[in-house]
Design a protein around this ligand. Structure first.
Ligand code: ADP
Length: 260
């Protein structure tokens, strides 16, 4: 990688001292480009439903003014588009809150099993609506890791929401926990496995990118930001996400967190 360094010499005080600042310009340029791409993508994602709503309003005020059936249909579509915009704004706010807020560890170590159990309970209604059963094999003794409790709750919420969305109706979601190792360091690993449509190999490296969604025949509602948020949080925890999947055979997402 080509690196361009800028050297600025600035007098410090009156003693003839000089401070030299090295700035890695290629890194600054990369971050600027990422920020510009993000704003362009976010604006595009918000503009699409907005353009559709504006189009329907125009039709309702013009040609469809007296057509009751068309009106009901258009209002329904407009409501769905409004909900989509609300979801996008919520996810964008979550992402920016996490990016702005400094990483703060909760006091003491966190029992990851307890966090997962809380999320399973709070998403019970979603599982019922999606027709899936969540089976959590919670270990008898605590599995501890340092971290931010709120952020880890968000990680498991996003993964379980996806498992409900993309899992198979009538199927199960299995959650298992184990101690693992990343080289010499001990980890806590939590796997969320569904039995739904799965993900083709070529998409797996890209699903944690912001706004990346796999185009399939059956594409449930989503923004493409959930896994980007998961990845961001895990990076702050010095953890990682691994994904195993085959189309038609479901997907297994494993969260690895450094243990203590
Ligand atoms: P979305 O809001 O679209 O669900 P995510 O960032 O959470 O956004 O996920 C990105 C994409 O990864 C999804 O659009 C979907 O294509 C794929 N994906 C995520 N979780 C699963 C899963 N459990 N099974 C199959 N595909 C998944």
């Amino acid at each position: 990688i080509e690196r361009a360094f800028r050297v600025c010499a600035m007098p410090v005080g009156s003693g003839g001292l000089f401070a030299i600042h090295f700035k890695d310009q290629s890194e600054t340029r990369r971050i600027d480009r990422m920020r510009a791409d993000f704003i362009a993508n976010a604006s595009h994602e918000l503009r699409t439903p907005l353009a559709s709503i504006a189009g329907f309003i125009e039709t309702l005020r013009g040609p469809a003014r007296n057509d009751e059936k068309a009106r009901d249909n258009f209002l329904q579509i407009m409501q769905a588009q409004t909900e989509r915009m609300a979801r996008l704004i919520d996810d964008l706010l979550s992402l920016s809150r996490i990016e702005m807020k400094p990483y703060m560890r909760s006091q003491g170590e966190i029992d990851i099993g307890e966090v997962v159990a809380g999320v399973v309970e709070s998403l019970g209604h979603l599982a019922r609506e999606s027709g899936v059963e969540i089976v959590f094999d919670r270990p008898a003794s605590p599995m501890l890791a340092p971290g931010s409790r709120d952020e880890l709750i968000q990680v498991f919420e996003n993964l379980l929401e996806n498992a409900c969305k993309y899992g198979q109706a009538g199927g199960r979601i299995d959650i298992t926990m184990a101690h693992s190792r990343a080289g010499p360091s001990p980890e806590v690993a939590v796997t969320v496995r569904d039995h739904g449509q799965g993900i083709a190999e070529e998409h797996i490296p890209r699903i944690t990118e912001r706004f990346y969604r796999v185009e399939t025949g059956r594409a449930p509602k989503g923004t493409g930001l959930g896994l980007a948020i998961v990845k961001h949080i895990l990076t702050r925890h010095e953890g990682r996400l691994t994904v195993k999947s085959k189309p038609g055979e479901g997907a297994a997402f494993t969260v690895h967190l450094p243990a203590g």
